[in-house]
Design a protein around this ligand. Structure first.
Ligand code: AMP
Length: 287
């Protein structure tokens, strides 16, 4: 396994792979790998000849006062896990390699970036699309794998790729959870003691919603009121949003149907957690 820090070296490596007829599978991450990331790598390993993992804590997607400086980083541990997962190349550039002096170009997807996390974190998706577009130009993958955990991010990236005619196949992957239901996230390391326990309220709210829908509840407002009350019972929980949206438009839905996705963003103390699930998807209950 190689670790490449330079943009031009990564581009040359990818060009050589393409010239040799290899299919490049790509998993972009911010590192501090967990099982969720590893599930993407496992699928990428099956689908590609050259498996590239990027590890880059992207400054442009963090807002003022967010956790850019504190975001957990451990390249050595990540490299060990990546090698075990069969990664061929880790691309781990510095911020100045990605955004050299004079950098001035940003990708902005309109509409679906303005709601949900985009409303709470202004500029976040502009940073995400800018870096993912750059990474696609550098790694030149045939396919790229993203987690449904970041449901809106995946929708935004699909929109960008469609609008920009980017020749990359986007593959969405199920949410990988801890045995007790908590969606895996690098930020879970911030949760200690009772807050780790309180964080379970997100997956419990999803489970409750799915059960209510399964016995006939179709009214979004009633469900949202129920879940809001449930989450608010946790002493350190502060709701950012509890919404039920159409999976493609991300517009609020009044009535539940098979396109309905429940999306949650909740602060547990100062840690912002997100989770989501389809509400009427018999084939994919645990997501
Ligand atoms: P991150 O390092 O948090 O930027 O995540 C990198 C990729 O891993 C994104 O496509 C995420 O959606 C995905 N991911 C993060 N957590 C999970 C999870 N629990 N299950 C599946 N995919 C995940």
């Amino acid at each position: 396994m190689d670790i490449i820090n330079s943009v031009s070296e990564m581009q040359q490596r990818s060009l050589a792979a393409r010239a040799a007829g290899q299919r490049i599978a790509f998993v972009p991450t911010m590192g501090f790998l967990h099982q969720g990331h590893l599930s993407l790598l496992e699928e990428g390993r099956k689908r590609g000849d050259l498996l590239v993992l990027s590890i880059f804590v992207n400054p442009t997607q963090f807002g003022q006062g967010e956790d850019y400086e504190d975001y957990p980083r451990d390249l050595q541990r990540d490299a060990e896990l990546a090698a075990q997962a069969g990664v061929d190349v880790i691309f781990a550039p510095t911020a100045s390699e990605m955004y050299p002096k004079g950098y001035a170009t940003y990708i902005d997807v309109e509409g679906i970036t303005e709601t949900l996390c985009g409303a709470s974190r202004p500029g976040h998706f502009r940073g995400v699309t800018t870096v993912v577009n750059k990474l696609f130009n550098i790694v030149q993958p045939h396919l790229a794998l993203f987690g449904n955990k970041d449901f809106q991010q995946l929708a935004v990236i699909r929109r960008m790729v469609l609008d920009q005619n980017t020749p990359v196949e986007i593959i969405g992957m199920p949410i990988f959870r801890e045995p007790d239901g908590l969606a895996m996230s690098s930020r879970n390391v911030y949760l200690s003691g009772s807050r780790r326990q309180q964080a379970l309220v997100l997956s419990q709210a999803i489970e409750t919603a799915r059960q209510l829908v399964a016995v006939g509840e179709t009214d979004s407002a009633a469900l949202i009121a129920n879940l809001t009350e449930m989450i608010s019972r946790q002493p350190d929980a502060q709701i950012d949003y509890v919404r039920i949206c159409h999976q493609l438009s991300l517009q609020d839905q009044e009535q539940i149907d098979s396109d309905s996705v429940l999306l949650l963003a909740v602060f547990i103390g100062s840690t912002r957690l997100i989770d989501n699930s389809f509400l009427l998807d018999a084939t994919n209950p645990a997501q």
